[in-house]
Design a protein around this ligand. Structure first.
Ligand SMILES: O=C(O)CCC(=O)C(=O)O
Length: 252
């Protein structure tokens, strides 16, 4: 089988714990943005999960999950296309979608505390995190910041499941700007964080997460567990988006 990622890209991923790859969408950036607009416009109360946050200009959409069954284009791009094939090359076996989310980070939207993704993913030993930029992701609008070469182990965590404060000061976070349509593959152990969107433009991004076929199709089990965990409404000032409390957004 011919591979889609180059040897250099695979080596970059192994060494640094992340790699950016372009030209994997299989559709135009405009089609991708329109499909994300359609998901954002889905009404409340479906099997998809919309989450909102409070910003200085009022409540805004922060995240949608569980939308692939309702978006043929996004399902093709994330589950059946070259992004999933490169994910498989990096995992070393066919990649299946474990879960999918859109982080909208609309103007004024909040950032994410330093964390590794692995603790947020039950039932699975190995997952691969991926970000597909829907809009340009820049320092001003809260692009991802990663620590290179620190994907060998789970770091000490605080009570929220984020990286312990004492460890964070020793980590060297580097901003990764992405052009709309570019894809970032990163290890579920790569420490990362992001700032708020202080710009005048929205910064939307898709985050499909993949597991290897040898661990089975876990997507339904993941969403059943998430719905059960979220049935017990969390109190407090922060919005809960994940099974860990990495999001820094204010509750509506
Ligand atoms: O979208 C971002 O800015 C960061 C997202 C993130 O780290 C997460 O959803 O786990």
């Amino acid at each position: 089988m011919t591979s889609i990622s180059s040897e250099q890209e695979r080596q970059h991923f192994v060494t640094h714990g992340w790699v950016k790859v372009d030209h994997l969408l299989g559709c135009t950036v405009l089609e991708l943005q329109q499909a994300v607009d359609e998901v954002a416009a889905l009404p409340e109360g479906g099997p998809w999960l919309h989450h909102r946050e409070m910003t200085d200009s009022g409540p805004k959409l922060a995240r949608t999950e569980n939308f692939l069954p309702f978006s043929p284009l996004l399902n093709r791009v994330l589950a059946d296309g070259d992004i999933a094939r490169v994910a498989g090359e990096l995992l070393g076996e066919e990649a299946l979608i474990y879960k999918e989310k859109i982080n909208y980070k609309l103007v004024g939207g909040a950032g994410f505390a330093p964390h590794q993704d692995q603790p947020a993913y039950p039932f699975v030993a190995r997952v691969l995190s991926v970000m597909v930029a829907v809009d340009d992701a820049t320092i001003a609008n809260g692009c991802l910041e990663v620590v290179s070469g620190a994907h060998g182990e789970l770091l000490p965590q605080d009570e929220r499941g984020c990286i312990d404060f004492g460890v964070v000061s020793e980590l060297n976070f580097q901003p990764l700007e992405l052009r709309a349509g570019e894809t970032l593959f990163f290890s579920a152990l790569t420490p990362h964080r992001s700032g708020p969107n202080l710009s005048e433009r929205d910064r939307r991004a898709l985050y499909p997460t993949y597991n290897g076929v040898s661990e089975g199709n876990l997507r339904d089990a993941y969403y059943a567990a998430k719905l059960e965990a979220f049935a017990d409404p969390a109190s407090g000032d922060l919005v809960r988006l994940s099974l860990i409390q990495d999001f820094e957004g204010r509750a509506v």
